[in-house]
Ligand binder design. Structure first.
Ligand code: SF4
Ligand code: SF4
Length: 331
């Protein structure tokens, strides 16, 4: 009997949702177990880093990495798994575009550490102690991973073969990707393994999406009773659908919630946030500064709204920290 393809799964700066999405395969997980050998999956099985180090280069058929890259350990593991894998797949928004962790690129490393270890209301740390990468105490040395200056998407650290989008990806997309890997029928390297159309195309509300919009105010979902049939943008709720790749089966808009953009842009859009921002701003009804300002007050967190999942891969990318020492990771 021929050897089964070897598959690895790993998580970096991740909430664990992408790991859970693998379990969401439900009975299809049996198909996975029958057809592949899982050789590394720290969240579910007791493998250690030295097990990966001992593997031959390129011996893992496909490695799915979820989570963004923030620490030195995540960077090291991404490089190690790249070396050991024929195919490296960015699994989920955080690995694909930086995801929610990359919203922290609005703040400098120092701002983050100061808040977490000194200023956060729930912190009691009168000595203002902070974790040290290396500590020697009573002759014993302890090391922890270094906290890098910025959060990066996986392909900003290593070469990536394919992307499976979503926060988290749906079981259907994961199954399709696994079938493509097993059959060897994969598209061109660098492809996002989801339909290359905007979400509006698969949204059941698309027939009520106006051709011309004239926004007079914006509302957040908890502020109004949402019409379950009508396009959300037509109701003054920011919906990222026009600038977001489809393939999620419109789970959020079917659930009466707007799309927040987790599938990232289509291949024709360079910057997802700028795309929707340009469209929304050009459709504000008011023409005077005061009226425009008042309308925009309905979007209290523009970065979190338009770049919720993609700040690391956007044109803005990160806050420039003028006080920081230049380092190789601060690219
Ligand atoms: S993509 Fe979403 S579900 Fe996956 S690790 Fe990131 S935040 Fe969690
Ligand atoms: S609700 Fe959102 S995804 Fe659906 S048609 Fe309107 S803008 Fe597009």
């Amino acid at each position: 009997m021929p050897a089964k393809p070897k598959v690895a799964l790993y998580w970096c700066a991740s909430c664990g949702g992408c790991e859970e999405s693998v379990v969401d395969l439900a009975e299809d997980i049996l198909f996975v177990i029958e057809n592949v050998d899982i050789v590394y999956w720290p969240v579910a099985m007791d493998f250690k880093k030295h097990d990966v180090v001992a593997m031959k280069d390129g011996s893992i058929s496909a490695c799915l990495v979820n989570g963004a890259i923030r620490t030195s350990e995540q960077e090291e593991m991404a490089k190690l798994l790249r070396q050991k894998s024929k195919l490296l797949i960015a699994y989920g928004s955080c690995a694909h575009t930086g995801g929610i962790p990359s919203l922290s690129n609005q703040f400098s490393r120092e701002q983050i550490l100061k808040y977490v270890y000194e200023e956060c209301p729930s912190v009691d740390n009168p000595q203002k102690a902070r974790p040290q990468v290396r500590l020697v105490e009573n002759g014993r040395e302890t090391t922890i991973p270094a906290f890098r200056n910025v959060v990066r998407a996986l392909d900003q650290v290593v070469d990536v073969d394919y992307y499976i989008p979503g926060c988290p990806p749906t079981p259907k997309l994961l199954k399709q990707a696994l079938l493509a890997i097993l059959s060897g029928q994969l598209p061109e390297k660098g492809t996002v393994l989801a339909p290359d159309v905007a979400l509006c195309e698969e949204c059941p509300r698309k027939d009520s999406k106006p051709i011309d919009l004239a926004f007079t105010e914006f509302k957040r979902p908890h502020q109004i009773l949402i019409d379950p049939e009508k396009c959300l943008l037509a109701q003054g709720i920011i919906c990222m659908g026009p600038a977001t790749r489809g393939g999620c089966e419109a789970l959020c808009t079917k659930g009466n919630m707007p799309c927040t953009g987790c599938f990232g842009p289509t291949s024709r859009v360079r910057d997802q946030g700028a795309k929707i921002l340009a469209s929304i701003c050009s459709n504000i009804a008011a023409k005077d500064d005061e009226g425009i300002q008042k309308t925009l007050e309905g979007i209290p967190d523009p970065v979190g709204t338009f770049y919720r999942y993609g700040l690391a891969q956007s044109l803005l990318r990160r806050r420039v920290d003028l006080g920081a020492e230049p380092t190789t990771e601060a690219r």
